[in-house]
Ligand binder design. Structure first.
Ligand SMILES: Cc1cc2nc3c(=O)[nH]c(=O)nc-3n(C[C@H](O)[C@H](O)[C@H](O)COP(=O)(O)OP(=O)(O)OC[C@H]3O[C@@H](n4cnc5c(N)ncnc54)[C@H](O)[C@@H]3O)c2cc1C
Length: 520
């Protein structure tokens, strides 16, 4: 069968979702190619994924099979057992699904560093077009830029290359500039949500894939880029493989947090059924465990924000429907007005407003991780107070080890090192203290990025930078002036102790608890 000729262009989609398409190398598909390649980088899921759906659309149009390549480097910034294990568990799950459903899925794990070089260019020579993930932070923009340059400048292949934004409900290209505050983005979200909601991703796009023929690989390819299957076989094989890698083994894997889609869906179900109703009242209490715990799964793309939103809507009272959304110029209450649940509104205000504020900010701000990207009022006030006397000063090593005078801070750091997360309220306090206890705001930023991105399983995400830079004033407003902080919002441990329930938390993560667990 010969496919009709066509060009890849952004308005391929005639609807709202055309804004999800980033044509990095335009042109006609290579009709003589053997397959459409989907290079899965960060939207690591086989469901509810616009990028996968887009690749399948072209495979069907061209009458070709689809090849899904999921790879993991070993020299990525903050590489650790924690991140590797999480991603490998997801790859193992994909390998099982692929076998059951007869998909062309190629999992590749680098060892040693750079051993994956040239893999994509080699596949590009056989592909009709390449589709990958759009993501506005960490190493993904550089990966996408590098492949584009290789394709365009080095003429590795004349294949088109498209990245697709499956990050959130509002496409990154639907905003014109970086939001300066959550209320600013909330206003945009309210305007665009109804249309975005009418154009969700397909739940199971693979169902639509027509050409199911097998893609084979020559021996020289599989020798140079061996399939990862044997290392993904079971827990022991994964551990053995990781142990030989040049990655940080002190940042340990998290057995309690499996990196699978199944774990993401279970967590979402448990949260919406058993916890969401008390989210508004108890989210800030570390003892209550009333947050969703979804951030690692959202970060690695194991679940989509459409799925999360749909599950939250399902908890609305029976008489509620999206027709009851209340446009209110950036105030809260958009999802709960008209007899909806405040808890659903509060949760979606985090999962949609706050989360996507950060994604859109990074998309429009290439220097999103630089000190200079703070708003002017914050830069000015921090500069004015840069030389203020600090009562306590800690080195990165002392902070890393949780060796400060502050019991709550040490407990939060212990939770981070041990479990890969910090309770949200304490994460804010944790960050504010780093600003107070370091020599300069620039050093505070450096330490915050290092500690957050090394230990947090949800780190290296646009929200990492929202949270870290919020500590220094981004998305916030000036408050009453005080030493060191200037007009930046201040938080204190004694006040936190009064405000929130954390007895159990301190028993679990406090210094005494840690010492006991070391010696009992
Ligand atoms: C210093 C600091 C560092 C942070 N680093 C990260 C990080 O590395 N990765 C990360 O995902 N979040 C980060 N945050 C934001 C927030 O702490 C986490 O998103 C949240 O605690 C994750 O837990 P949860 O999934 O149970 O959240 P829930 O309360 O259940 O919220 C649901 C989802 O909404 C989003 N969300 C919630 N709070 C925020 C917020 N304040 N800003 C942006 N999105 C939010 C997340 O995607 C989250 O999974 C940081 C905050 C601070 C103050």
């Amino acid at each position: 069968m010969t496919a009709d000729r066509y060009r890849i262009q952004r308005n391929d989609y005639k609807n709202f979702n055309s804004q999800r398409v980033f044509v990095r190398r335009e042109g006609e598909p290579r009709y003589q190619g053997e397959f459409v390649l989907y290079w899965m980088q960060i939207h690591r899921r086989l469901h509810s994924n616009f990028a996968l759906e887009y690749a399948i659309g072209h495979a069907n149009q061209l009458g070709k099979p689809l090849l899904i390549v999921e790879a993991l480097r070993c020299g990525y910034p903050w590489a650790s057992d924690r991140v590797h294990h999480f991603i490998m568990q997801g790859m193992a799950e994909h390998a099982t699904v692929a076998e059951k459903r007869g998909l062309n899925y190629y999992a590749f794990l680098e060892n040693p560093d750079h051993s994956g070089s040239g893999m994509l260019e080699t596949l590009a020579r056989r592909a009709c077009l390449i589709v990958s993930d759009e993501f506005p932070a960490y190493i993904i923009p550089a990966h996408n830029k590098a492949l584009t340059e290789k394709l365009v400048n080095n003429r590795a292949s004349d294949v088109p290359f498209i990245t697709i934004d499956a990050n959130g409900v509002i496409p990154l290209q639907a905003t014109e500039k970086a939001p300066y505050a959550a209320y600013n983005f909330r206003n945009i979200l309210q305007k665009l949500f109804p249309e975005a909601w009418e154009h969700p991703p397909l739940d199971d796009p693979l169902e639509r894939l027509i050409n199911r023929s097998h893609v084979s690989f020559p021996k020289d390819f599989t020798q140079r880029y061996p399939r990862a299957d044997a290392h993904l076989r079971d827990e022991a094989a994964m551990r053995k493989f990781m142990a030989a890698l040049p990655i940080d083994h002190s940042v340990t894997a998290l057995p309690a947090l499996p990196g699978t889609r199944k774990a993401a869906l279970d967590r979402l179900e448990n949260f919406t059924e058993n916890i969401l109703a008390r989210y508004s009242d108890e989210r800030n209490d570390p003892d209550a465990a009333a947050a969703s715990g979804l951030s690692p799964y959202l970060h690695f793309g194991k679940i989509s924000s459409f799925e999360v939103t749909r599950a939250a809507f399902a908890r609305q009272p029976a008489k509620w429907s999206v027709d009851r959304l209340a446009y209110n110029k950036g105030s809260k209450g958009f999802f709960s007005a008209g007899a909806g649940l405040t808890a659903v509104d509060d949760f979606l205000d985090e999962a949609l407003t706050w989360r996507e504020t950060g994604y859109h900010f990074c998309h429009h701000t290439p220097k999103y991780d630089q000190f200079s990207s703070l708003p002017n009022w914050a830069l000015d006030t921090l500069k004015q107070h840069a030389k203020d006397k600090r009562e306590h000063l800690y080195s990165l090593e002392q902070l890393r080890a949780g060796e400060t005078h502050d019991e709550i801070w040490n407990a939060a750091q212990c939770q981070l090192v041990e479990t890969g997360i910090i309770h949200n309220y304490l994460r804010m306090l944790w960050g504010k203290k780093i600003l107070e206890w370091t020599q300069s705001p620039e050093q505070a930023l450096e330490y915050l990025i290092e500690l957050n991105n090394l230990y947090s399983i949800d780190g290296r995400n646009p929200n990492s930078y929202s949270g870290i830079f919020w500590i220094l004033g981004r998305f916030d407003r000036p408050w009453q002036e005080r030493p060191i902080f200037g007009k930046i919002r201040y938080m204190s441990s004694p006040l936190a102790r009064k405000k929130i329930a954390m007895t159990k938390y301190l028993e679990r993560f406090g210094r005494t608890a840690v010492e006991q667990s070391l010696f009992d």
